[in-house]
Design a protein around this ligand. Structure first.
Ligand SMILES: [Zn+2]
Length: 143
Protein backbone atom coordinates (compact mmCIF):
# COMPACT_ATOMS: atom_id res chain seq x y z
CA UNK A 1 0.00 0.00 0.00
CA UNK A 2 1.38 3.38 -0.94
CA UNK A 3 1.72 6.30 1.39
CA UNK A 4 -1.01 8.10 -0.52
CA UNK A 5 -3.66 5.39 -0.32
CA UNK A 6 -3.08 5.00 3.40
CA UNK A 7 -4.23 8.54 3.86
CA UNK A 8 -7.62 7.80 2.33
CA UNK A 9 -8.41 5.50 5.19
CA UNK A 10 -9.44 8.30 7.51
CA UNK A 11 -12.71 9.34 6.00
CA UNK A 12 -14.51 10.46 9.14
CA UNK A 13 -15.18 14.14 9.10
CA UNK A 14 -13.13 16.14 11.50
CA UNK A 15 -12.18 19.77 11.48
CA UNK A 16 -8.67 19.00 12.63
CA UNK A 17 -7.76 16.99 9.59
CA UNK A 18 -5.68 18.51 6.89
CA UNK A 19 -7.04 18.04 3.39
CA UNK A 20 -4.45 16.39 1.18
CA UNK A 21 -4.20 15.58 -2.50
CA UNK A 22 -4.95 11.91 -3.22
CA UNK A 23 -2.29 11.77 -5.92
CA UNK A 24 0.75 13.25 -4.19
CA UNK A 25 -0.26 13.34 -0.54
CA UNK A 26 0.67 17.01 -0.17
CA UNK A 27 -1.65 19.51 1.51
CA UNK A 28 -4.26 21.01 -0.80
CA UNK A 29 -3.43 24.31 0.81
CA UNK A 30 -0.73 25.61 -1.51
CA UNK A 31 0.82 27.73 1.23
CA UNK A 32 2.09 24.53 2.81
CA UNK A 33 4.61 22.12 1.32
CA UNK A 34 4.19 19.00 3.35
CA UNK A 35 2.37 17.24 6.14
CA UNK A 36 3.91 17.31 9.60
CA UNK A 37 4.75 14.01 11.24
CA UNK A 38 1.68 12.61 12.98
CA UNK A 39 -0.65 15.17 11.42
CA UNK A 40 -4.11 13.80 10.64
CA UNK A 41 -5.07 13.95 7.01
CA UNK A 42 -8.14 13.47 4.90
CA UNK A 43 -8.77 13.02 1.20
CA UNK A 44 -12.10 14.64 0.28
CA UNK A 45 -11.99 14.22 -3.49
CA UNK A 46 -9.82 12.97 -6.34
CA UNK A 47 -9.17 16.40 -7.82
CA UNK A 48 -5.52 17.02 -8.43
CA UNK A 49 -3.81 19.75 -6.47
CA UNK A 50 -2.18 22.54 -8.51
CA UNK A 51 1.25 20.86 -8.19
CA UNK A 52 -0.05 17.64 -9.73
CA UNK A 53 -1.99 19.50 -12.39
CA UNK A 54 1.22 21.26 -13.38
CA UNK A 55 3.17 18.00 -13.39
CA UNK A 56 0.59 16.17 -15.50
CA UNK A 57 -0.52 18.96 -17.80
CA UNK A 58 1.01 17.45 -20.93
CA UNK A 59 -0.40 14.44 -22.74
CA UNK A 60 -2.87 11.98 -21.28
CA UNK A 61 -3.02 10.81 -17.68
CA UNK A 62 -3.47 7.08 -17.22
CA UNK A 63 -4.99 6.37 -13.84
CA UNK A 64 -5.01 2.92 -12.29
CA UNK A 65 -8.38 1.68 -11.04
CA UNK A 66 -9.83 -1.45 -9.45
CA UNK A 67 -13.40 -2.66 -8.91
CA UNK A 68 -12.79 -3.10 -5.20
CA UNK A 69 -11.73 -0.28 -2.90
CA UNK A 70 -7.99 -0.37 -2.21
CA UNK A 71 -8.66 0.99 1.24
CA UNK A 72 -11.74 0.22 3.34
CA UNK A 73 -14.27 3.04 3.26
CA UNK A 74 -12.81 4.94 0.33
CA UNK A 75 -15.21 6.47 -2.17
CA UNK A 76 -15.29 5.56 -5.86
CA UNK A 77 -13.78 7.80 -8.54
CA UNK A 78 -16.54 6.81 -10.93
CA UNK A 79 -19.94 5.19 -10.52
CA UNK A 80 -22.02 4.62 -13.61
CA UNK A 81 -24.69 1.94 -13.81
CA UNK A 82 -23.04 -1.34 -12.86
CA UNK A 83 -19.57 0.15 -12.96
CA UNK A 84 -17.92 1.31 -9.78
CA UNK A 85 -14.22 2.05 -9.92
CA UNK A 86 -11.76 3.03 -7.25
CA UNK A 87 -8.43 4.73 -7.93
CA UNK A 88 -5.30 2.95 -6.74
CA UNK A 89 -3.07 6.01 -6.77
CA UNK A 90 -1.04 4.73 -9.72
CA UNK A 91 -0.71 7.33 -12.38
CA UNK A 92 1.29 7.70 -15.54
CA UNK A 93 1.52 10.28 -18.20
CA UNK A 94 1.57 9.24 -21.83
CA UNK A 95 1.60 10.73 -25.26
CA UNK A 96 -1.71 11.12 -27.11
CA UNK A 97 -0.45 8.75 -29.81
CA UNK A 98 -0.31 5.90 -27.33
CA UNK A 99 -4.02 6.20 -26.48
CA UNK A 100 -4.84 6.61 -30.16
CA UNK A 101 -3.10 3.28 -30.72
CA UNK A 102 -4.77 1.32 -27.96
CA UNK A 103 -8.24 2.79 -28.56
CA UNK A 104 -8.08 2.50 -32.32
CA UNK A 105 -11.21 0.33 -32.43
CA UNK A 106 -13.18 2.46 -30.01
CA UNK A 107 -13.35 5.97 -31.48
CA UNK A 108 -16.11 7.06 -29.10
CA UNK A 109 -14.04 6.25 -26.02
CA UNK A 110 -10.96 7.74 -27.66
CA UNK A 111 -12.77 11.05 -28.10
CA UNK A 112 -13.81 11.09 -24.45
CA UNK A 113 -10.26 10.29 -23.35
CA UNK A 114 -8.76 13.00 -25.55
CA UNK A 115 -11.33 15.51 -24.36
CA UNK A 116 -10.74 14.83 -20.65
CA UNK A 117 -7.03 14.14 -21.13
CA UNK A 118 -7.29 11.17 -18.85
CA UNK A 119 -8.11 7.50 -18.99
CA UNK A 120 -8.90 4.90 -16.37
CA UNK A 121 -6.89 1.72 -16.70
CA UNK A 122 -7.13 -1.58 -14.84
CA UNK A 123 -4.44 -1.46 -12.16
CA UNK A 124 -2.79 -4.74 -13.21
CA UNK A 125 -2.28 -3.44 -16.76
CA UNK A 126 -1.06 -0.02 -15.69
CA UNK A 127 1.29 -1.61 -13.17
CA UNK A 128 2.97 -3.64 -15.93
CA UNK A 129 3.18 -0.57 -18.13
CA UNK A 130 4.81 1.54 -15.40
CA UNK A 131 7.30 -1.26 -14.71
CA UNK A 132 8.17 -1.45 -18.39
CA UNK A 133 8.68 2.29 -18.67
CA UNK A 134 10.90 2.30 -15.54
CA UNK A 135 13.03 -0.48 -17.02
CA UNK A 136 13.35 1.47 -20.26
CA UNK A 137 14.39 4.56 -18.30
CA UNK A 138 17.01 2.52 -16.50
CA UNK A 139 18.43 1.29 -19.80
CA UNK A 140 18.61 4.84 -21.10
CA UNK A 141 20.42 5.93 -17.91
CA UNK A 142 22.98 3.21 -18.37
CA UNK A 143 23.89 4.08 -21.93
ZN1 LIG B 1 -1.14 16.60 -5.75
Amino acid sequence: MSEVTEKVQDTEISEERTEVCFWCGSPKDMKRDKIDKGEKCIVRDYEMCPRCREKFKEGIRLMGVTEEPVVKGMFPIIQEGDITLYPTGSIMQCHEDYVKDILEDDPERLNTVLEHKMMFMPENILEKLIKKVREMDKEIDQT
